[in-house]
Ligand binder design. Structure first.
Ligand code: GNR
Ligand code: NI
Length: 164
C-alpha cells in the first residue's frame, strides 16, 4: 500500500481524458488499494485516477460515515439521470475552494469491479454527487468548470493567492 501524490490546479494533467481499462490484473488491484488509502488519508469521499496522474477509467468512493464501504468503479458510465440537486462541492485537486454545483439528483451507473465483473448502482444525494464529480475527472473536468465564468475566475484567483 502507498499514499499517492494528488495533482492540484493549475496542473494541466488534470485535463487528461482517461482511457478505458482493458486488463484486470494485480496492477489494477494495487492501483485501487493505493487510491483508497490515498483517499482515506486525504481525507476525501472520492478519488479519480486522473488526480493521481494515472489516466485510466478508475474511481474509488466511500461516502459512508464509518469509512467502511469502499466502492471501486472501473470504466463507469452513467446510464440514466433524474432530477436536480445543488451541493456545496470541494475537491482534493482544488484545495480550500468550495462552491455550489447543480447536478442530477439521481443517477444510475454501470461499471466493472476490479475483476471485470459488470454491475449497476442507483445513487442519490452525496453518492450521486460524488459519482458525477469523479466521472467528470475522468473526462478532464473539475467542478469549477460548472461555475459561471465570474465565479470560476474568483475561485482561480483565490487559488493563485493561496499559492504565494
Ligand atoms: O472529498 C471530496 N468531497 C466532496 C464533497 C462534495 C462534492 C464532491 C466531493 S469529492 C471530494 C474528493 C475529490 O476531489 N474527488 O475527486
Ligand atoms: Ni475532485
Amino acid at each position: 500500500m502507498a499514499i499517492l501524490d494528488i495533482l492540484t490546479l493549475p496542473d494541466k494533467r488534470l485535463k487528461t481524458i482517461a482511457e478505458p481499462v482493458t486488463v484486470f490484473d494485480g496492477e489494477l488491484k494495487k492501483l485501487t488499494s493505493d487510491m483508497l488509502e490515498t483517499m482515506y488519508d486525504a481525507p476525501g469521499v472520492g478519488l479519480a485516477a486522473t488526480q493521481v496522474n494515472v489516466h485510466k477509467q478508475v474511481v474509488v468512493i466511500d461516502v459512508s460515515e464509518e469509512k467502511d464501504q469502499p466502492l471501486c468503479l472501473i470504466n463507469p458510465k452513467i446510464i440514466s439521470k433524474e432530477g436536480v440537486q445543488t451541493y456545496e462541492e470541494g475537491c482534493l485537486s482544488v484545495p480550500n475552494i468550495y462552491a455550489k454545483v447543480k447536478r442530477a439528483g439521481k443517477v444510475e451507473i454501470e461499471a466493472q469491479d476490479v475483476n471485470g465483473e459488470k454491475f449497476c448502482i442507483e445513487a442519490e444525494e452525496l453518492l450521486a454527487v460524488c459519482i458525477q464529480h469523479e466521472l467528470d475527472h475522468l473526462k478532464g473536468i473539475v467542478f469549477l468548470d460548472h461555475l459561471s465564468p465570474l465565479k470560476r475566475k474568483m475561485a482561480l484567483k483565490k487559488l493563485e493567492k493561496a499559492e504565494e
